[in-house]
Ligand binder design. Structure first.
Ligand code: ADP
Length: 387
């Protein structure tokens, strides 16, 4: 008998990540990535032990050919596995999609209207859905939204101080990285015991970075808002900025809308502040004072956002670091925590250097933890429960 399998697709602007999970116990069987989709695509596939089993550089440029190459590889396994459904990460669900949803043509059309709210991600998420629809029209697909987990936020924290008529149009703070926060919330009791249901701030620090204030494992407030630009300084995104800077760039420096968009999404953050790289590993290896300053700014801005979320939670029992930087950068975790000594946060340097799951000192008034995220698993779980 063939084993049922769920494919999870996370389609981005330059890469498509995919993971294959067994339906019976949701264990990861294969995972991989197609990088440089619009350049010279490279398909890499890894088995469950993370050993590379495929490397294919002979792929025509473009989304459809890249995905077709992946499915050709998968067809070779069809004697063993049967694809039951595809789950997609979709960055924006807007006001109406507050939980994972089976994809229909009507849903694709509604989600297309949200492209202006997430121009870097939403078009690619939808492109992947449409390609699967074309290749396997009968295969169920499920959209899992990055915004959905934040639907429990207090209404007040979702408001901008803008005229009510704009709020009514949906110009509110939605929040993102919801699948990561949902996963972390679900495993919190394993790591934090009883504190899991208390006041916990999760710092998802990857290329995109945000924070979420959890109470009783639900989102109370988050640092990202209407788009994935608000809040923390990120790899190449600016995070919070005086809106007057944008007006100045448009009016005085005569930037075009496209130039401002490119500046805020792709040329700012760690990359802009260092003018070296938006990648923390590269900055940590650099001897340049600009690299050091960019990292320091990142830590300060992150601590500032975290302090704001403490107000929303009216306290803080634990801080959790996750995603590429949060799970790996000893220096950034320490740098952020040093700004929080007023709160009684005290790091255990040895535990931090060894990436242990609890990195706070026993005297610390706030527990500090490192928990690996797993957005793909969350998507597989939702997809399985909907089919
Ligand atoms: P994405 O948002 O694209 O999923 P990731 O969660 O993979 O991003 O995070 C990427 C970031 O994590 C990069 O800045 C990278 O340098 C950083 N990172 C990954 N591994 C390490 C490490 N060992 N030490 C420091 N930073 C790391």
């Amino acid at each position: 008998m063939k084993n049922g399998i769920i494919l999870v697709i996370n389609a981005g602007s330059s890469s498509i990540k995919f993971s294959l999970f067994a339906c019976d116990n949701l264990t990861l069987i294969y995972h991989g990535e197609i990088e440089e989709v619009f350049g010279s695509p490279i398909l890499s596939i890894y088995d469950e032990k993370h050993d590379e089993i495929v490397k294919n550089k002979d792929i025509p440029s473009g989304y459809e050919s890249a995905m077709q190459t992946f499915f050709n590889w998968f067809e070779d396994l069809s004697h063993q596995y049967i694809l039951k459904a595809v789950g997609h990460r979709v960055v924006h669900g807007g006001l109406n999609y507050l939980k994972p949803t089976k994809v229909t043509n009507e849903i694709i059309s509604n989600l297309t209207k949200l492209i202006p709210l997430a121009p870097l991600h939403q078009p690619h998420n939808l492109e992947a859905i449409k390609i699967v629809n074309k290749l396997y029209p009968k295969l169920p697909q499920v959209a899992c939204f990055d915004t959905a987990f934040h639907s429990t936020q207090l209404k007040l924290v979702t408001l901008f101080a803008l005229p009510k008529r704009l709020t009514a149009e949906g110009i509110i703070r939605y929040g993102f990285h919801g699948l990561s926060y949902e996963y972390i919330a679900s495993v919190l009791p394993e790591y934090l015991g009883k504190i899991a249901s208390g006041k916990v701030i999760v710092a998802h620090l990857g290329n995109g970075a945000s924070m979420c204030a959890l109470y009783q494992q639900k989102s109370i407030a988050t640092s990202m808002g209407f788009t994935a630009l608000e809040g923390l300084m990120m790899g190449t995104r600016c995070g919070n900025i005086d809106p007057g800077v944008i007006l100045y760039l448009l009016q005085e420096k005569k930037y075009s809308i496209e130039e401002v968009t490119h500046l805020l999404y792709e040329q700012s953050g760690l990359l802009g502040a260092s003018e070296i790289s938006g990648d923390v590993r590269e900055l940590e290896q650099s001897k340049s004072p600009h690299a050091m300053e960019a990292i320091q700014l990142f830590c300060y801005r992150a601590a500032r956002e975290l302090s704001a979320l403490i107000t929303a939670l009216k306290g803080c029992d634990a801080i959790v670091f996750t995603a590429g930087i949060g799970e790996n950068s000893v220096r950034i975790r320490k740098g952020i925590c040093e700004w929080l000594d007023w709160l009684g946060v005290e790091i255990n340097d040895k535990a931090n250097e060894n990436n242990l799951s609890i990195i706070s000192h026993e005297n610390s008034k706030v527990l500090v933890s490192v928990i690996p995220t797993n957005e793909e698993y969350m998507i597989a779980k939702h997809t399985f429960s909907l089919i």
